[in-house]
Design a protein around this ligand. Structure first.
Ligand code: NAD
Length: 420
């Protein structure tokens, strides 16, 4: 099949992972293409009036991977490197993730190629609203429900909800998740992904017999996922010794004071320059000795270049697609490293997004305790299933998680049949 529309390193990586699992599961060739190829992709030119009066056109995308089990679900990314191929890969991973944790969704993803940090608040709002307007034919609470991802946040979700609702003539909170609580967002959604990462790290430590007290963690990407994971792991007694963002990293083997670090980030917009720490590059940070390494930034960070040299006991993938298949092959020779694969490790976000959507559809809202209790129960189930399946079949945790997710979608497609 000609993949030229999506051709990109990240889409090729997602296909490579899929093909390995499909070989293992003996999925017939015809079913493979149906499972792999995204169902729909929308590409939109987004004209935005800039503050200086000029008009700039940004490219935006939304890819819906499969529609077999319900509406599609996935984040919206604002980042200069966004391409339709990257968005398609992220949509495919969302499909396997939702199936793994048992949510009634197919995967989707969206994005606009832009640098949100270089836009004023007004420009960001106009870009978000025009992009949403272009997506209206393909999104909706029963069709496709966006959420935050890199470069987007609660405010961006509020503008999406408002733009969609104005077109419909009434408030439609169920069109996006990750909204402010006041607009129908769920308690605990903002923290869900990072808390989920920390929960699974503690389960992996139980499995490996590593006590939290005295353990150390290194986090690449101190954004929503990375910063909440850091604070949650610190509460468990784990010492956070290094963190980074797009500007660089900081390291203190004695442990970073996260309260002071969060004040520094709020004031300066970056972790760099934090006192009582030494500067490290993002490349150096990944090689620091630690118990837990959490990539929580972008794809393809653990590669064949550095996989043999990372020095952690647990690789907890907060980001989507942080480890390439070439790096996976190297990690397969390093059984001392326990991998919490992305589609399991960061699934707390979409789980609580699902809870938010359910609450919006019923207009009946839960306490934070209820949300957390249900979140940890689903994570526990997915963790144990993935671990047991991996042990039973002698495969890696990634292979196990992907095969559980892919199997569900494959079976659902077989049962529904092929129309006409
Ligand atoms: P975010 O925009 O809040 O934070 C991203 C962080 O990564 C920022 O600190 C940014 O400076 C940093 N970063 C960017 N480029 C970098 C680089 N080259 N090196 C080091 N750091 C870099 O985004 P987020 O929502 O925290 O998402 C982070 C990752 O987690 C993404 O892979 C995303 O797809 C994944 N994820 C997010 C959610 C969610 O609920 N937000 C859920 C599941 C998965």
């Amino acid at each position: 099949m000609n993949l030229h529309l999506y051709d990109s390193p990240t889409f090729r990586m997602a296909c490579q992972q899929f093909d390995l699992v499909a070989d293992f599961m003996n999925i017939p060739e015809a079913a493979r293409e149906r499972l792999k190829m995204p169902k729909r992709a929308l590409s939109v030119a987004v004209p935005v009036r800039m503050d200086d009066g000029s008009v700039k056109v940004f490219m935006g995308y939304r890819v819906q991977h499969h529609l077999t089990l319900g509406p599609t679900k996935g984040g919206i990314r604002f980042h200069p490197d966004v391409t339709v191929g990257e968005v398609a890969a992220l949509a495919m991973w969302m499909s396997w993730k939702c199936a793994l944790v048992g949510l009634p969704y197919g995967g989707a993803k969206g994005g606009v190629a832009c640098d949100p940090r270089s836009l004023s608040a007004g420009e960001l709002e106009r870009l978000t609203r025009r992009y949403t307007q272009e997506l209206i034919p393909v999104i909706g609470p029963q069709v496709d429900i966006p959420a935050p991802d890199v470069g987007t946040n609660e405010q961006v979700m509020a503008w999406i909800m408002d733009t969609y609702s104005l077109q419909m003539g009434h408030a439609v909170p169920g069109v996006v998740t990750g909204k402010p609580v006041l607009l129908g967002g769920s308690l605990g959604r903002r923290e869900a992904t990072g808390r989920g990462v920390a929960y699974l790290v503690s389960r992996a430590m139980d499995t490996l017999g590593i006590p939290a007290q005295g353990a150390t963690a290194v986090i690449q990407g101190y954004g929503n996922v990375g910063s909440v994971a850091a604070v949650s792991m610190a509460k468990q007694g784990i010492r956070i010794i290094a963190v980074s963002d797009a500007f660089g990293g900081i390291h203190n083997p004695a442990g970073l004071d996260l309260n002071r670090l969060n004040e520094h980030v709020a004031a300066k917009g970056t972790v760099t320059g934090f006192p009582e720490s030494e500067a490290v590059t993002n490349a150096e940070l990944l090689l620091l000795p630690c118990d837990v390494l959490v990539p929580a930034a972008l794809e393809r960070q653990i590669t064949e270049e550095n996989a043999a040299r990372i020095r952690c006991r647990i690789l907890a993938e907060g980001a989507n697609g942080p480890t390439t298949p070439e790096a996976d092959a190297i990690l397969a020779q390093r059984p001392e490293i326990f991998v919490l694969p992305d589609i399991l490790c960061n699934s707390g976000g979409v789980i609580v997004s699902y809870f938010e959507w359910v609450q919006d559809l019923q207009s009946f809202f839960w306490s934070e305790g209820e949300v957390l209790d249900k979140l940890f129960r689903l994570l526990e189930q997915a963790y144990m299933q993935t671990l047991n399946h991996a042990r039973k079949n002698g495969v890696s945790m990634r292979f196990s998680a992907l095969s559980l997710g892919i199997r569900k979608v494959h079976e659902a497609k077989s049962i529904r049949g092929l129309y006409p």
